[in-house]
Design a protein around this ligand. Structure first.
Ligand SMILES: [Fe+2]
Ligand SMILES: [Fe+2]
Length: 299
């Protein structure tokens, strides 16, 4: 199976995304959060809103980690497919834009009294502790795993109206836009991985190890941050609160169980994100809902 797009003499260079007419596009929407945005902006629930707040707090360190590695690959000159190089450039800029917009939300969270700077430092430390243990292949495996997870968040967000509609419109706009772009660039890191390291037993094992490393970095720190945020709102581990979280994760909208189910193909040797969801059509459908033409960056 052709993966990212090494060209033959008669073919133009292409990638798995460009062959589907999907082109990661850099946008700068500039979301604002007004005084009418309620503190508990997801279904008026302090328990569940703080899960979204944790996502805001994690976005900047995680995306910073991906950007740094993406820039290192771009500088290395190892990517010879010009279409993939362009997509890598767009991926880096999209992630920078996500980070900037979530930071607007983070500033709002700081004003509400949440320890965002502490959360950033914790997540950054957890990720950077992995870096010395990882060679290029492992780092890329970590990013491919993280990107698949984020694109599955994106799929869930765009396809599940209960999830999106539970959010106050000001936060919904940010999450829908981010969801859309995560799907738009979902194949870039995997195409890079196959282009740089091939698809063999060794690269497969490194990709699985990359998954383990990013999970080890992110899962404990996510739990730590959500607990710290709950503490600010005096949310205690009562039976009712536990039920609310479990219901959200496993019943409706079944956030965790859907994500886990769609994450499993990553464990397969021939994994490719387009094989999990053929999302090019979804993107077309959600274009008006999640992204606007006037947000497209001019540089
Ligand atoms: Fe992102
Ligand atoms: Fe991403």
């Amino acid at each position: 199976m052709r993966r990212s797009g090494s060209k033959t003499e008669t073919e133009q260079p292409s990638t798995s995304s460009s062959r589907r007419n999907v082109r990661p596009t850099v946008r700068r929407p500039h979301f604002e959060f007004s005084s009418s945005l309620p503190r508990f902006y997801y279904k008026k629930s302090p328990v569940l809103t703080n899960i979204f707040n944790t996502f805001h707090a994690l976005a900047t360190p995680i995306e910073g980690f991906f950007i740094r590695d993406g820039q290192r690959i771009a500088r290395s000159g190892k990517v010879t497919n010009p279409v993939l190089s362009e997509e890598l450039e767009a991926f880096i800029k999209q992630e920078a834009s996500h980070s900037a917009e979530h930071n607007r939300a983070n500033r709002w969270l700081e004003e509400q009294g949440y320890p965002v700077k502490w959360a950033h430092a914790r997540a950054q430390l957890a990720l950077e502790q992995m870096r010395p243990k990882a060679d290029d292949m492992l780092l890329n495996g970590m990013i491919a795993a993280g990107e698949h997870l984020l694109s599955e968040f994106g799929e869930l967000f765009l396809s599940n109206s209960e999830l999106a509609n539970g959010l106050h419109p000001e936060m919904r706009a940010l999450f829908l836009w981010h969801a859309y772009e995560e799907i738009e660039h979902k194949a870039v890191s995997m195409d890079l991985y196959y282009e740089l390291f091939g698809n063999n037993l060794y690269s497969y094992a490194a990709r699985l190890r990359g998954l383990w490393m990013i999970a080890r970095a992110i899962v404990p720190v996510s739990l730590e941050i959500v607990q710290a945020f709950w503490k600010v709102d005096d949310v205690r581990l009562t039976l009712g609160n536990a039920r609310e979280v479990l219901d959200y994760l496993f019943v409706s909208p079944a956030f965790a169980s859907r994500i886990i189910r769609n994450f499993l193909p990553f464990l397969m040797p021939n994994f490719h994100p387009w094989n999990v969801h053929e999302s090019a059509e979804h993107l077309e459908r959600y274009r008006g809902l999640a992204v606007k033409d006037e947000w497209v960056a001019q540089n």
